[in-house]
Design a protein around this ligand. Sequence first.
Ligand SMILES: [Fe+2]
Length: 480
Amino acid sequence: MTTPSDHRAGFRTQREEIENERLPVDGSFPDWLVGDLIGNGPGQFEAGDTRLRHWFDPFALLRRFRIEDGTVTYANRFVESRDYAFAERGGGVRTPFPGTPPDRPIWTRVRQVLSGTFPDNPVIGVQRFGEELAAVTESPTALTFDPDTLETTGQIDLTAGLDSDLTLAHVHHAPEEDAFYNLGVSYGRETTYTLFRRPADGGTPTALTRLRFNEAPYVHSFALTERYAVVTVNAFGLDALRLLRGAVTRETFLDAFRPLDAPLRFVVLNRTTGKHEATVTAPPAFVYHHANAYEADGELVVYLVAFDDERAVTGLTLSNLRSDDPDLPSGDLRRYRLPLSGGDADRERLHRGPVEFPTINYRAVNGERHRYVYLAETNGGSSLPTAVAKVDVEAGTVRRWGESNTYPGEPLFVPAPNPTGEDDGVLLSVVLTPDADRSALVCLDAGTLRELGRAHLPHRLPYGFHGQFYGSSSPGRSMA
Ligand SMILES: [Fe+2]
C-alpha cells in the first residue's frame, strides 16, 4: 500500500556505491544515443550524528549513465570533498552549510565567518573545464572527477583571477566563442555580482562588469541571449548581519534568508562589453532557474520559473519535505517581456505549477526563440515532482508523462542527429519508484513524451538536482 508521503524516499541516504554495472533495459534506448549522462545531487543526509536540516546540505553523490549501442552502464560515487571526509572521520559538519551550522568550537566558527569559509560539498551540478569534468556548487572550489570511475581527482579554484568569494553552479556555454559565461559573487559591506567569461579550456576568466548592491540579493542562475546577459536579481536575499552573528548564534544561510525591500530586477548587460544596458523591474518574486531568453523587437523575452515568496528557499527544510503534507510554494512557468529602454516588465503565467527544473533544446535554441520548455511538474500533495511536462509556449498546450507513485527528476533534452525539428530528440530523466525501493533512467521521445526505454538501477537514488549529457557527437551542454 502506498501513500502520498512516499516522496520521503527521495530524501533518504543511499550509501551503496556501484562501480560500472550494466542495467537491465525495458524497451530500448535509441542507437544514436551515445554518451554519458552525469547527474549530481544529495546522497547522504547525515554528517555522523548530525542530521542535516536543509535540502542543499546533504553530501554530493555523482550518478553516471553511460549509454552506447542501446546499453546503459551505471556507476555512482560520493564526491570526496573536505566536508565529506571530515564527516566520514566523525567530525560532523565542517563548514557553515546552508541550513546546518558547523559542529565546530565557537572560535573556529568565528574564524570561518571572518575568513569567508564556504562549504566545498559540490551538490548542485556538473561543469566542464577543458578536458576535465567537475562537481560544482556555489563555492570557490570545484572538485574534478574521472568520468570512468567517478573518483574525485582534484580541485579547481573557481575564483582565481576574479575578485569574488565564489561562483554560481549554473553557467552558460557560448560555443561560437568557445567560452563559458558565469557570475562571481562577493559578500561583504556590499554584495557584488561579477559577470565573467572563461575560455572553454578552463583558462583564466575575464571580468566584464560588476554589479553592486547594498543588500545581499540571492542569484542562482542567469540568462544569456545573442547580445546580452540577463541577471535576474531576486527580491529575496540574505540578512548579512544575521549571517555574521551566526558564528555565535549558530544561525545559518537559511535563518538569514528574507524578503528584501526591493522588486524583482532584471539587469541587462552587454555580454561583450559589460555595458549596463537597462534595469527592468517586476513585482517581487523568487527565481532559481531560467528556461531561456531571447531578443525580439526592442525587448527581451525571458522564460523562467518564479515563486511568490521566500518559502522557495525556507520551505526546503528536510523536515518539511519529508512531512505528509509539505507546505511549499508553487513555482509557475512565466514569460517576462523586458523593454530594452528599461522600466517595468510585462509578465504572464504560461503554465501553473508547481513546476521546476526547466530545460530546453539548449544547443539549438538557447538565446533564440524557442517553442518548447520541459519541466518536472508536481500534481498534488507531494514535495517531489510526479510528471514530466512539455509546454508548447506558442500553442499554449501541454503534454505529460508520468505514472503513479513515480517521481521523475530534471528532464534533460538530447537532440537526435540531423534533427527535423526543435523537439526531435529524447528526454532523459532519473525516476524514483519508492514501492520498489528502486530508481530507473527513463528515456522519452521528446516529441510525443512516449516512453522509449527504461534502465533499472539496482538500488534507490535520493532525488537529484542537475545533470549534463556529454555526447560523443554532441559535446555541448544540455541545459543552463
Ligand atoms: Fe539549480
